[in-house]
Design a protein around this ligand. Sequence first.
Ligand SMILES: CC(C)(COP(=O)(O)OP(=O)(O)OC[C@H]1O[C@@H](n2cnc3c(N)ncnc32)[C@H](O)[C@@H]1OP(=O)(O)O)[C@@H](O)C(=O)NCCC(=O)NCCS
Length: 181
Amino acid sequence: MNTQIAADAVAHPVAGQPVVRVATAHDDAFVEELQAIAFGPGRFARTAFRVRERFPIDTSLSLIAEVDGTPCGSVWMTPISVGGRKGYLLGPLATHPNFRKRGAGKLLAREVSARALARGEGDFVLLVGDQDYYCPLGWETTTPGNIQFPGPVDPNRVLLLSDDKDLAKTLSGAIAAFDAR
Ligand SMILES: CC(C)(COP(=O)(O)OP(=O)(O)OC[C@H]1O[C@@H](n2cnc3c(N)ncnc32)[C@H](O)[C@@H]1OP(=O)(O)O)[C@@H](O)C(=O)NCCC(=O)NCCS
């Protein structure tokens, strides 16, 4: 690849196309409002929210998507472990309604997972979400009931991404702290 072209592509994002960056404290109000718009008041009762109440998110993996400098999407990651294997719970993922269908959501999901797994500390990215959205990105269905959440989840929506192609079917246990033994 021509490295100059690659460098220019990073320095000058294409107008109207989403790019991602790490969130800062200045994004807090945007993210809070976005999550309220995307998930409504019921978001606090979601099982994935209960996981995030117990275990802190990794703010270095909180990403913002923006289009032409305007924040338009957000994703969080929570380091967790399941059955002694370390990994991450992805979510919430949301794109502002004014900026949907431009690729921001998939870019955020891909990018945050690539950054997390590249650290070499965790083996998987777990989430509760729609198969139609996430499976084309590499997430796979898990064995129903194997992964225990602190509340009810639809087993068809418990999806896992890993370089270990057996893990989606074999990972088993309750969600625990990242450094649980
Ligand atoms: C889901 C969401 C993050 C997608 O954001 P986005 O930036 O529009 O996503 P992308 O542009 O990368 O992808 C858009 C495509 O995914 C499709 N899509 C969106 N949500 C989908 C879903 N739940 N299931 C299947 N496909 C879906 C869109 O129809 C669109 O298809 P197209 O490319 O054929 O037009 C956004 O709609 C959102 O914030 N929704 C509310 C919160 C939510 O449901 N979050 C996900 C929790 S699992």
